[in-house]
Design a binder for this molecule. Sequence first.
Ligand code: 3PY
Ligand code: MG
Length: 260
Amino acid sequence: MLDWTGNLPRNAFKQALSIGKRQVGLWSGLASPIAAEIIAGAGFDWIVIDGEHAPNDIPSLLAQLHAMRGGTAEPVFRVPWNDAVIIKRALDVGARSLLVPFVQNAEEAHKAVAATRYPPLGIRGVALGPRANDYGRIKGYHRNAHLDSCVLVQLESRAALSEIEAIAAVEGVDGLFIGPSDLAADFGHLGNPKHPEVQEAIKDAVERIRKAGKSAGIFAGDIEDVDFFFGLGFNFISTGSDVGLLARGAERVAARFQKS
Ligand code: 3PY
Ligand code: MG
């Protein structure tokens, strides 16, 4: 019998967030195990497998988790919604780090955390031998799984920003992540996250998150913005996506040979 970590490494991404150490990541929307394998070995600290806006489901998540084993990056599954059933299924196939979209207040943050914990800490349903505990080989998994599960909540509305202190105080929340696209839309600036009003709100948010003692994350669509966001106080940043890298890279090659 293996001890509770089995042959899995500890969650270095969660540990880095707990001390505010900077983490650079990539968003993955290609829903492809081959793409996941390629980017997992590229040197990132974390990679989001997007279940909200990419065509991912539990079987495709599982295939990507298989592919990412041995890479440098912690796979972080963005669940499509703050739903205890989806969270349970994602955890069972071995996604121990989760990003939960559209969390609006402390109650919803607490709901997300509770979905990741077995009783008495939460409401996660108990399976004896899921992939998460190496099919029953990891001794003490059920008692200790929460020590390596990482819960990141997304703040993407003015309502959520007004609740930062309360959300940050929820035990079990490892980080608060700003979604600039949805935030801009909520401000009435759909498609324009660089609008000064949105940028002001982002600056205020990161200060308050860090002051509350939690890690602050954001999506930087443009790699050139990463240092700017680190400078503001964010400590985990996703620098664009595999979809963007492929699309823009392919267009650049094609453009070179287009006849005018
Ligand atoms: C957003 O920008 O709304 C996101 O969810 C991710 O960056
Ligand atoms: Mg969003």
